[in-house]
Design a protein around this ligand. Structure first.
Ligand code: GLA
Length: 391
């Protein structure tokens, strides 16, 4: 973050909370997922990276037990204020829930949070973009609490407390992909994570003449949470049915062949398709990571396309907006591959684009999108950055 921006936010903090004496600054990124979608809660591999856009926070302890929050993105909401004794009360539609949820989870894990604080945030991640604005906020609050209360929470635990907030406080059955990428991200490195064991490997992002372009559908928020929970339930049910004969703990343990030989155990076309995506996507992610490490971006790009197709036809989480972006890009000269990233139903797609052709690709995809969908998409070139930290 530029010092100019820090200075502006410090000024804002003083304006909102009286003065800015003793404030500390924190940053938590968003993430893209290169491949391995809807595999995390199915015990499979994911291959994400943190990006340089994210959420910045300025924080300071108080002597009483009041928590006072302000978002530069929602100035009309004013200061959100509650006492430490009220952290369990969720308020529908308030971003303060992420702060409350993290405090509840920290306390539940035995960490002492016994004072109030002030927190001012500014988010750069478009909401509902599939770039994890919520996990970015969770981990921001995580590093703030860790620092203000001198807790030294191990990184993996911080990540897990973020996921627990999402699951048990916010109510989305998400896997660990987002919080892990945001907690463990490193500049110019992607993370291959086995969500079954949490073993991970940092992989240098070496793209030569190519760049990752993020393409935002800007689709107004769809019923992402409820449809997400439905997919979660469907793959759990398919697993349960397969477990009647197979000794497996997760769909991520199956090869494509083992899966196909046992689909009759599931016995329902929709559930078979959902589980097929989870199994194939997991195996595809392992191959894709190997191609990426070997520098075979052509092969990697083809696997991105195959991932999108599977998310479209078998998992059915894309929709016309994401399909228009990804499929238009896939056909263009200079594009090695494209796919949706994140939960889907809207949000963003990513494309692997020859750096010299970025303008041309953005123009053609942008025109097609506006014509088919009726409003413009947005494009950004992704930079891979560090995970959540105090600045
Ligand atoms: C959302 C969830 C993640 C993951 C992705 C899909 O981002 O928060 O846990 O399931 O969707 O891969």
């Amino acid at each position: 973050m530029t010092s100019k921006k820090t200075a502006q936010l410090t000024e804002k903090f003083a304006e909102v909370f009286g003065d800015a004496d003793g404030v500390a600054t924190f940053f938590s990124p968003g993430r893209i997922n290169l491949i391995g979608e809807h595999t995390d809660y199915n015990g499979g591999y994911v291959f994400p990276a943190a990006i340089t856009i994210g959420t910045t926070g300025l924080a300071r302890l108080r002597e009483d037990d009041k928590i006072r929050l302000f978002s530069v993105n929602y100035p009309e909401a004013g200061i959100i204020e509650f006492d430490l004794s009220e952290v369990k009360d969720k308020v529908e539609g308030s971003w303060g829930n992420f702060v409350k949820g993290m405090i509840v989870m920290f306390q539940g894990a035995g960490y002492t949070i016994d004072k109030g604080f002030e927190l001012l945030i500014e988010g750069e991640i478009p909401t509902a973009s599939g770039l994890s604005s919520s996990a970015s906020l969770e981990l921001l609050v995580g590093v703030v609490l860790d620092d203000l209360f001198n807790l030294n929470v191990p990184r993996l635990e911080l990540v897990q407390l973020g996921q627990k907030t999402e699951n048990d406080f916010i109510g989305v059955n998400s896997g660990i992909l987002d919080q892990f990428a945001i907690g463990f991200g490193k500049k110019d490195e992607a993370i291959l994570l086995d969500c079954n064991t949490l073993a991970y490997e940092m992989v240098p992002v070496q793209l030569w003449d190519y760049s990752i372009v993020i393409m935002n559908t800007k689709k107004p928020r769809a019923l992402t949470e409820s449809k997400y929970n439905e997919r979660f339930a469907q793959t759990r049910e398919a697993l349960k049915r397969m477990q009647s004969k197979l000794d497996i703990k997760a769909l991520g343990e199956l090869s494509n062949e083992e899966f196909e030989a046992n689909t009759d155990l599931i016995g329902d076309e929709t559930l078979i398709k959902r589980a097929r995506h989870a199994v194939y996507e997991n195996n595809r992610t392992k191959i894709a990571k190997a191609a990426f490490v070997a520098g075979d971006l052509v092969k990697f790009g083809k696997l991105l396309n195959a991932s999108h197709e599977s998310l479209k036809n078998d998992y059915e989480v894309t929709g016309i907006e994401l399909d228009t972006l990804a499929e238009t890009a896939q056909k263009l000269d200079g594009v090695l591959g494209a796919r949706m990233t994140g939960a889907g139903f809207g949000g963003c797609a990513i494309a692997l684009v020859e750096s010299d052709k970025i303008d041309e690709v953005e123009q053609i995809v942008g025109e097609t999108y506006a014509r088919v969908i009726g409003y413009p998409a947005e494009f950004y070139v992704a930079q891979i950055g560090d995970g959540a930290k105090k600045l």
